[in-house]
Design a protein around this ligand. Structure first.
Ligand code: ZN
Ligand code: ZN
Length: 160
């Protein structure tokens, strides 16, 4: 009897530890599921927030929203847009001249992007003066915008 009881007790203990192991595994799986759901949801939420922000920012640029809190928030974006736009322009110029460098059309002397006159032959570096006259300064981001344009290509505001 004693032996049988001992064996019986042993089997029960083994069964218990198997059950406990199963439970632990299930809990670990549930924890992972929860973590995945949270991660995915946070990502989706951020995506929606970005879209919402873009939509609101578009309305602000079109002058459809005049909420002062939203406007002051969008001021930060204007500065960032300005930086982006100007840096992209600079990058474009650098890439344009990157291969051989900008050179004087008269004597092929290398020029820097800011040079107004050639250091070797003294000829003026050709500036797009005709075009410059067709520029209008954006009242919001102060970027010169080539006319005619309905929207500022830098900050996206609707030009009067
Ligand atoms: Zn020259
Ligand atoms: Zn602008």
């Amino acid at each position: 009897m004693d032996l049988q009881r001992k064996i019986g007790g042993g089997i029960t203990k083994i069964q218990q530890s198997i059950e406990q192991g199963k439970q632990k595994l299930q809990i670990a799986q549930e924890i992972n599921k929860c973590k995945n759901v949270i991660e995915e949801t946070v990502e989706k939420r951020a995506d929606v927030l970005i879209k919402l922000g873009e939509a609101i920012y578009k309305k602000i640029r079109l002058g459809e929203i005049e909420d002062p809190d939203l406007l002051s928030l969008s001021e930060v974006l204007i500065q960032l847009d300005k930086t982006l736009y100007q840096t992209k322009n600079k990058l474009e110029k650098l890439m344009e001249h990157g291969a051989e460098g900008k050179v004087c059309v008269h004597c092929r002397q290398p020029l820097s992007l800011e040079d107004r006159f050639c250091g070797a032959c003294g000829q003026p570096v050709k500036q797009k003066e005709e075009e410059r006259e067709q520029y209008v300064v954006c009242p919001r981001c102060e970027q010169p915008i080539l006319q005619p344009a309905e929207f500022c290509i830098c900050c996206g505001i609707k030009l009067a």
